[in-house]
Design a binder for this molecule. Structure first.
Ligand code: FAD
Length: 344
């Protein structure tokens, strides 16, 4: 229970930290109404969510205003989303949507204001360790560092440093965004909220209404990077969107893009530093808030402070087995997930 509470608190603090930074530094990143809805996609998942809501309220939440609540199917469809595949939902009260690029630009302004130099377009291509010093080579020049933090997440080159090589799996996530919905279309589809939403499938879908009432809908992309731009993946997402909200079937898609997320073998980010080298990696597609908490903890660790005794902070990333065959493994897992989500 102590470990569960510790991890829960870190993720709660992460959301509060981002919220605090936005307010303190007036970051114009379009924060939306609070609430993170987790939608049960079948009856079994509904029971799990019901139990989870109870557990959070009994053991983890500070008071009635924080933590989670369970929402039954009728209330969910009437007050939140008229989702045709929802059996009910769990609502975490603190999560919220924002524009992540605008948040990043806000962070950049904060760092600049502290007098820190940022060198863009300068990917570290090679890293040579010379005793306690680190020689970092970029296409624009090289530098010698006393301490190094690896924060490239899923975009880190495949072979980069033995501390993280083969310890994360980059996975493509795909997002589609509709044209803006009119008031009539919103009412017809029963979209009553801008809260962020995710379902309980193994192959999850995530969605939310953007501030201009476009519907963003995301899920897994291609297994192999060479197939990333194949339109079939966006089309599959549109079919999934139509099943959730049938009245939007004829609504056009305005944008379709993909990006890499980093999965960790044990499904959990790891923030680790030793001997002047640190990393934070493996947010498994949920790092917009946790990366700020991770950065805070990593800075504490590099400054010699003791971090909470949690697996997030005390254990290095585990290695993926059979790394040569990992894409085939992912392909197999997607097929298993597809079957389980339909019949499991
Ligand atoms: C389609 C999609 C949807 C997502 N949806 C959500 C969501 O709803 N909620 C959520 O919380 N998270 C979501 N995520 C995940 C989220 O974007 C990441 O967890 C988050 O961006 C991680 O932040 P980061 O700063 O660690 O890494 P990133 O934002 O990935 O940034 C890493 C940076 O490091 C740079 N880099 C890499 N290697 C090097 C090198 N060798 N030298 C120099 N620079 C290097 C890269 O160019 C990049 O700029 C989504 C991701 C994708 C792709």
């Amino acid at each position: 229970l102590a470990t569960t509470k510790g991890i829960y608190n870190e993720f709660t603090q992460a959301v509060a930290r981002v919220d605090g930074l936005i307010r303190q530094h007036n970051i114009a990143c379009e924060p939306q109404e609070a609430g993170y809805l987790k939608v049960a996609h079948n009856a079994k998942a509904l029971v799990t969510l019901q139990n989870a809501a109870k557990y959070i309220q009994q053991h983890l939440a500070d008071d009635q205003d924080s933590g989670a609540e369970f929402i039954n199917s009728g209330d969910f469809r009437a007050q939140y989303l008229d989702h045709h595949q929802a059996y009910g939902a769990l609502r975490l009260k603190d999560g919220f949507g924002l524009n992540p690029l605008k948040l990043l630009l806000g962070y950049k302004d904060m760092v600049h204001a502290q007098g820190v130099t940022i060198s863009e377009q300068s990917c570290v291509l090679e890293w040579i360790e010379e005793g306690a010093k680190h020689r970092l080579m970029t296409s624009n020049g090289e530098l010698i560092a006393n301490k190094v933090v690896m924060a490239g997440n899923a975009y880190t080159p495949k072979r980069f440093n033995q501390r993280i090589d083969d310890k994360f799996l980059p996975i493509l996530s795909n997002v589609i965004v509709t044209e803006p919905l009119t008031a009539q279309e919103l009412a017809q589809a029963g979209l009553h909220t801008h809260q962020v939403t995710m379902d309980t499938r193994i192959l999850k879908y995530y969605y939310r209404l953007l501030p201009d009432n476009r519907l963003l809908f995301g899920g897994r992309g291609a297994v192999w990077g060479k197939d990333a731009a194949n339109p079939v993946y966006g089309e599959r997402l549109k079919m999934a969107l139509n099943k959730c909200f049938p009245s939007l079937s004829s609504k056009a898609i305005a944008y379709n893009w993909t990006g890499w997320i980093a999965a960790a073998m044990d499904d959990m980010p790891h923030v680790y530093s030793k001997g002047g080298v640190g990393y934070s990696l493996g947010y498994c597609g949920a790092g917009v808030s946790f990366s700020s908490q991770a950065a805070y903890r990593l800075a504490q660790s590099i400054a010699g402070e003791t971090l909470p005794n949690l697996p997030l902070y005390q254990q290095p990333l585990p290695t993926f087995p059979f790394t040569q065959a990992r894409r085939l493994g992912q392909w197999g897992y997607y097929h298993y997930g597809w079957l389980k989500d339909r019949f499991g």
